[in-house]
Write a protein that binds this ligand. Sequence first.
Ligand SMILES: Nc1ncnc2c1ncn2[C@@H]1O[C@H](COP(=O)(O)OP(=O)(O)O)[C@@H](O)[C@H]1O
Ligand SMILES: O=P(O)(O)OC[C@H]1O[C@](O)(COP(=O)(O)O)[C@@H](O)[C@@H]1O
Ligand SMILES: [Mg+2]
Length: 443
Amino acid sequence: MYSPTPGRFLLRMRTPVSEEFAGGYPSDEEWHGYISNSDRVLLKTINFASPNSAGAVCIDPACTWVEQWVHRAGPREKIYFKPEEVKAAIVTCGGLCPGLNDVIRQVVITLEIYGVKSIVGIPFGYRGFSDSDLSEMPLSRKVVQNIHLSGGSLLGVSRGGPSVSDIVDRMQEKGINMLFVLGGNGTHAGANAIHEECRNRKLKVAVVGVPKTIDNDILLMDKTFGFDTAVEEAQRAINSAYIEAHSAYHGVGIVKLMGRDSGFIAMHASLASGQIDICLIPEVPFELHGPHGVLTHLKYLIETKGSAVVCVAEGAGQNLLQKTNAKDASGNIVLGDIGVHIQQETKKYFREIGVHADVKYIDPTYMIRACRANASDGILCAVLGQNAVHGAFAGYSGITVGICNNHYVYFPIPEVIAYPRPVDPNSRMWHRCLTSTGQPDFI
Ligand SMILES: Nc1ncnc2c1ncn2[C@@H]1O[C@H](COP(=O)(O)OP(=O)(O)O)[C@@H](O)[C@H]1O
Ligand SMILES: O=P(O)(O)OC[C@H]1O[C@](O)(COP(=O)(O)O)[C@@H](O)[C@@H]1O
Ligand SMILES: [Mg+2]
């Protein structure tokens, strides 16, 4: 569609002190280290023998093997934007997530290495495109140098905001032709709509996403950034609940962790801690009362080991609570508080059966996401941020970056947000979690 020009992302650099290397490293070397547009990464790596294998996803009863590939991420030899003509914008939307600043930093640094001079941050999510009292923030390596040392987002985040057509109007007014969108499912739905609108208006704009969700609920990816940090941070809450429960006579500790639709944080935090007796996630229904209910098992645990710790994801057991039909500014359903409900029902239950129980409830909700990224997330953010810029220069739009089978790739946005990625109750990981907790079925 547009004629490509040779890439300006230098994989080998020399300080341009001498005339000889003023333009960078000589380009006539055989090794160049660019990614070919034909490089592909295999989407699924297990050839399941039958649909009965744990976690099997099959297209037919014979589980016929179908190879599916995605584009490998990274710098290309030919680029589709002249860096001096680029005005790049970065926006962070939805809730916070550890690592947002790390990604912003890497996007800015990489853009500068390509030679982009005009880089701005849009304040407070998509809202920053419409609110007249919010002005764009000029970004450079100097501005972002140390932002990864703290959590949150330098640019601020928000839910809700203007229509897609208003956003594209503002982008046209401001001359933005590269947009980097950091956010979850909702943000990516918006990013894809912005990409489509730009196409309809025949604008040469690259819209590239970087999936941000501590819930880890984006399809096809090994994991999203911030998830590891959230799981690690959750260990403190779980350990406190364990110590409280263990030190009390008939102690019961309850910890509620984030996870609107998906129980990945609760499952991984339970598995990592080794201190959880009951893990409850949205994907696996449970009863509190009755012979197979959670409370009967708590009584058994109190009798047999003296204490117990429960980890519950915020989206779990919503069928046990009264629906409010309330929605947040982005249209997400406001959930009932399952943690408080389990706390109250546990106290009531033990009171009614005349057994002493010392119930302690910990809700570390915002503490697990308002923190700085750990080392492994720091690396993930760096690679994703850099690859987002390479993707835009490679001429892609309507894509998002991710890690798939340990390789970094570009996904078409609609493929990864078709629905929130759930924990598969038939997966090995959920079975491993059950093995660790030793919990029975609660239905
Ligand atoms: N289907 C959609 N189409 C366009 N924009 C959307 C859509 N869903 C959400 N958004 C916008 O994306 C932003 C973030 O959405 P939200 O659901 O709050 O967070 P997240 O992106 O983390 O899922 C909000 O500004 C919201 O208005
Ligand atoms: O109170 P807030 O800011 O709406 O955030 C709560 C939500 O944030 C999350 O952790 C992640 O949500 P997003 O991916 O939409 O940012 C959800 O699990 C949780 O419901
Ligand atoms: Mg969301």
